[in-house]
Design a protein around this ligand. Structure first.
Ligand code: NAP
Length: 275
């Protein structure tokens, strides 16, 4: 039986991998959502701020891969999208350690919007994405131009995960909602590494020194809206206390494959940091 899946953020770091992996399956029709116009025949208009296009995006879907919108009213938007697609299996991208966030915290409220409203759901709680190292909105340009990686981790390691592995877990969940309904999976890479380790690995890969710096948290939240400063501050609190350093066996257990290491990611993408 063919199943139809709607993927929010289909051009994003996890969404694009989910689309690619689902497209390789013969039993799935993929509909990718984007807030920017696209010529792709499998892409539909989807903007969290424009509900008029939602019915077309979610019409007849069996599952939604839901990249959490990082906006203050995220829980409300997620609740409304689920109401527009009753019966759909929701696979939510949350974040590692969400279970340690206070019940009234933003991260928990978004998860609760899914678990409290979807008839079938799976929560993914990934660690930090390896792909931020090649994303121009995160670290790509600092590594290329300034040869630095600056992160207020307090020196604590993180179990960085490749978004292709997050997508592989999501695709298994989408393919078998009965087996994965009601599950919250922590999704990590195979090892936790410090920013200094990453800088050393990139340096070796490109033959030019890249340095790591550990600024104070205040630098990361300077100028942010109060709600966002609280969310980001709470997240870095979980980085500092080692929550994001915890390694899970989810990728291996759910997909049958070992997760990719950050060393593999760096070797594969070294060209992007050479100038
Ligand atoms: N980055 C990490 O290390 C990390 C770790 C754990 C959890 N997370 C969480 O994972 C989620 C995805 O993060 P990410 O860094 O992967 O994001 P991302 O790569 O920037 O992808 C987000 C996608 O959202 C789409 N988008 C932007 N504005 C939109 C709008 N108004 N309406 C609908 N879609 C919109 C964008 O695509 P279009 O422009 O094509 O619409 C983009 O592809 C976030 O909730 C984040 O907090 C991230």
């Amino acid at each position: 039986m063919t199943r139809t899946v709607f993927v929010t953020g289909a051009r994003g770091k996890t969404g694009r991998e989910v689309v690619a992996q689902l497209a390789g399956r013969g039993d799935t029709v993929v509909r990718g959502g984007s807030s920017r116009s696209s010529q792709e025949p499998t892409t539909v208009a989807f903007d969290w701020r424009d509900r008029s296009a939602w019915p077309k995006a979610v019409e007849g879907v069996d599952a939604i891969y839901l990249g959490r919108p990082d906006v203050q009213d995220s829980a409300e938007l997620v609740t409304q999208l689920i109401a527009a697609a009753p019966g759909a299996h929701i696979v939510l991208v949350s974040e590692q350690g969400a279970d340690r966030v206070a019940a009234d915290g933003w991260v928990r409220q978004v998860e609760d919007a899914v678990t409290g409203n979807a008839s079938r759901w799976t929560i993914l709680r990934p660690s930090w994405f390896q792909q931020v190292l090649t994303d121009p909105r995160y670290f790509l340009n600092a590594i290329r131009r300034e040869r630095t990686i600056s992160l207020p981790t307090g020196g604590t390691p993180i179990a960085w995960v490749d978004t292709r592995d997050i997508a592989a877990v999501a695709v298994q969940a989408i393919a078998d909602p009965t087996a994965h309904h009601g599950k919250a999976y922590t999704v990590t890479g195979p090892e936790a590494v410090t920013t200094t380790d990453i800088a050393a690995n990139i340096s070796a890969a490109i033959g030019t020194e890249v340095t790591a710096s550990v600024p104070p948290l205040s630098a990361a939240i300077a100028g942010a809206a109060p709600w966002l400063a609280e969310v980001v501050g709470d997240m870095f609190g979980r980085v500092h206390d080692g929550t994001f350093a915890t390694v899970s066996d989810t990728v291996e257990k759910v997909t049958g494959r070992s997760p990719r290491t950050i060393r593999e990611f760096i070797a594969e993408h070294a060209d992007q940091w050479r100038v």
